[in-house]
Design a protein around this ligand. Structure first.
Ligand SMILES: [Zn+2]
Length: 182
């Protein structure tokens, strides 16, 4: 029972805390259904691992709204050090980046990004994903991956979420040649 009028705004008892997540403990996963007016947030720890936790990573996708991918290191003596190597591909060209420092990545609306995959973690760090919409939107682009990589992924797990009404689709680059099926 809430004791105070505004206790509902202090989100400590997330049911997601019980969820066994591949990366580490979940702090919160919430949107406007959790609390009216909230955008989508997914906040979790990444605990140490020597090998990539996912085979290919979270596959390429877009969102209707802008997204922030916030990677926060936890060494108070060196807060810029992430204590991890995180692979992130950007754009339909799959430009590869490896994040090793505390970093905020801005993803514009309808901009294709990922795979995202923590390759190695030597010190626990915190990941915060912010989708700047009242619910999570996602459309996958499996055709950007090789057939070999596509076949390694469970496409029942990596399913599209409803996009916002009237969203413009990804702008395809001139050299676009990926029209393959899943
Ligand atoms: Zn994303």
């Amino acid at each position: 029972m809430a004791e105070n009028k505004y206790d509902k705004y202090f989100l400590r008892d997330s049911p997601w805390k019980e969820f066994k997540f591949i990366m580490g403990p979940i702090i919160q996963r919430m949107d406007s259904k959790t609390i009216q007016g909230s955008n989508f947030y997914f906040i979790h720890w990444v605990i140490p691992h020597e090998k990539p936790r996912m085979k290919i990573g979270h596959p390429p996708h877009i969102h209707s709204e802008a997204e922030l991918l916030i990677h926060i290191g936890t060494d108070p003596n060196n807060p810029d050090d992430l204590g991890a190597e995180v692979e992130l591909y950007m754009g339909p060209e799959l430009e590869r980046h490896v994040i090793t420092e505390t970093t905020v990545v801005f993803i514009p609306p309808n901009f294709v990004h990922a795979p995202w995959n923590p390759l190695k973690t030597t010190r626990p760090w915190i990941f915060i994903e912010i989708n700047q919409g009242l619910q999570h939107t996602e459309k996958f682009y499996p055709q950007l991956l090789t057939r070999e990589h596509r076949d390694k992924l469970d496409w029942k797990f990596w399913h599209d979420d409803v996009m916002s009404a009237g969203y413009p689709n990804m702008v395809k680059p001139e050299s676009w040649k990926f029209e393959g099926e899943r």
